[in-house]
Design a protein around this ligand. Structure first.
Ligand code: SAH
Ligand code: SF4
Ligand code: F3S
Length: 487
């Protein structure tokens, strides 16, 4: 970090440390109801100004964008989708794989000329990449046109950080490596008025050996049940049709609250009583998926029959190296229980190909598991080493072209299974939540079945935001076609 010694001296400089981010403290996390404040001098700061936010990564990040938009609008800024109209540009980044990071560095390069033409623009980098030392160092040395860097734990300080940026000629860096508390009074401007995200936990304590998220999102913290339930009720009252409860591992919700007796199953049972038509949750770790959770889900109601259950690999040896805490056998057992006990459930997964030194035999164990499970869908990824994680220090002798060939073999199989599941719905009448117009054709509308299957049909704008019956006429790998039965 020699180039930035002079920056170290500057007033607004707090850079991340992966070492500190790894520490898990026993100190209680506080729930703060009035921590977010806009300083007097920033209350009108955004009048006649516009902001642009580009989000990469997962649903957690998409929801963080809604919070940032809410904060900026509270200061008077209005939104634009054009970078060249914007006074504040934020790149809300994802660190999970190298290609996610490459996209952001590409975008930063693109924005350089804009910043040169208009030095008044504030260009900010936030989200998970900001929590990484190497990324912050690279920005400090190669992307000096960036004005602010802030992380995932201090989004609520956006007004103060912007204020510092307006006052300072140097890059303002404010990244906390210790996770923050839970801040409940954040404004949110939701991007959708049909489906809404609701955080239930922040952070992750699982430390799967390949994954950067425990470092970028900090210790696992659960929101209080009453705060979650109040938010569900608020969205129900506002006419939302669907909510998704968000956490890196929703199963362990509540383990850090009181005596731990209020669990994710308890939360699901309480949300089931609220008059919102559809409830989803993401993501469930196969470890800690309790029988109580299966029991509540099998009662249905507004709890939608879809479980995203990332398996990552089929080989016990690789699963152990990944520190996933289950085996191929116990995964299959859980999978069978979900299929048997939750009526019409769909089950999707995530799989990583090419973990360090994964042999062909071990990869074939993944293929065998996929063959046994016949997933409704799968997100498949090439393993990407992440700086600071244990897997990144493992020696890896598998050539990239071998990994790519395996990925292709796996993709063919998961795509065929996904098509077969969709074909199984042909002729059935399904409840479809219509989310908007589809790009697929004129008068075509897009919606989702309870199992989270995408379906398109011919309709009109009046159906948007409603749950309608659609008969499936045609199946494709990623979506289905259907015709409206009744409104
Ligand atoms: N909390 C979620 C995962 C979030 S990340 C869970 O545990 O299910 C989403 C997916 O990205 C993971 O399930 C994994 O398949 C993939 N992933 C994470 N780190 C990765 C890495 N270093 N290389 C490739 N894929 C990775
Ligand atoms: Fe990453 Fe594992 Fe935590 Fe998921 S459970 S966020 S894969 S460390
Ligand atoms: Fe990416 Fe951070 Fe989500 S690393 S996947 S945006 S938690």
């Amino acid at each position: 970090m020699s180039e930035k010694t002079s920056k170290d001296m500057q007033k607004y400089f707090q850079a991340p440390s992966l070492k500190d981010a790894k520490v898990r403290r026993h100190s209680e996390v506080q729930v703060l109801k009035d921590e977010f404040i806009i300083p007097e001098e920033m209350l009108q700061a955004g009048n006649n100004k516009k902001f642009y936010i580009r989000t990469y990564g997962c649903q957690m990040n998409e929801h963080d964008e809604e919070v940032m938009a809410g904060i900026l609008e509270a200061m008077g800024y209005t939104r634009t989708d054009e970078t060249n109209e914007a006074d504040v540009i934020l790149l809300n980044t994802c660190a999970v794989r190298e290609n996610a990071e490459d996209k952001v560095f590409g975008k930063l390069g693109e924005l350089k000329h804009l910043k040169l033409n208009n030095p008044e623009v504030i260009l900010g980098v936030c989200g998970c990449m900001s929590q990484e030392e190497a990324v912050v160092n690279r920005i400090l040395t190669k992307h000096q046109h960036v004005d602010i860097i802030f992380g995932t734990h201090n989004i609520h300080r956006l007004p103060q950080i912007l204020h510092n940026a307006y006052m300072s000629k140097e890059m303002v860096v404010e990244v906390w490596s210790k996770e923050g508390d839970i801040i409940e009074n954040l404004p949110k401007t939701r991007n959708d008025n049909i489906r809404g995200w609701i955080n239930i936990t922040y952070g992750c304590d699982k430390f799967c050996t390949y994954c950067i998220i425990p470092y970028t999102r900090g210790k696992e913290r659960s929101r209080l049940p009453e705060d979650v339930l109040a938010e569900v009720q608020e969205l129900a009252d506002r006419g939302y049709q669907e909510i998704t409860l968000l956490g890196q591992n929703v199963n362990s919700y509540g383990s850090d609250l009181g005596d731990g007796s209020y669990t994710f199953a308890s939360l699901l049972a309480d949300v089931q009583k609220i008059n919102i038509p559809r409830v989803r949750f993401s993501t469930s770790h196969p470890w800690q998926f309790t029988d109580e959770m299966i029991q509540v889900l099998s009662n249905g109601g507004n709890l939608m029959p879809h479980v995203h259950l990332p398996v990552q690999a089929g080989s016990n040896h690789i699963l152990k190296l990944m520190r996933r805490q289950y085996s191929g056998e116990s995964y299959r057992e859980l999978y069978g229980k979900l299929r048997n006990q939750i009526p019409n459930v769909s089950i999707t997964t995530d799989i990583i190909v090419g973990f360090p030194n994964e042999t062909d035999e071990q990869f074939q164990e993944t293929m065998a598991l996929v063959n046994d499970c016949q997933f409704d869908g799968a997100f498949t990824f090439l393993y990407s080493p992440r700086d600071g994680t244990p897997a990144a220090r493992m020696n890896d002798n598998i050539p990239l072209d071998v990994k790519k060939a395996r990925l292709q073999e796996l993709n063919q199989k998961v795509n065929a299974d996904s098509l077969a599941h969709n074909q199984g719905y042909i002729g059935q009448e399904l409840d479809v939540l219509v989310v908007g117009r589809s790009q697929k054709g004129e008068n075509t509308y897009a919606g989702y079945t309870p199992q989270s299957k995408a379906i398109n049909f011919i309709g009109d704008d009046s159906y948007i935001g409603k749950i309608v019956k659609v008969r499936v006429t045609e199946a494709r790998t990623w979506s289905m076609q259907g015709e409206l039965v009744e409104a």
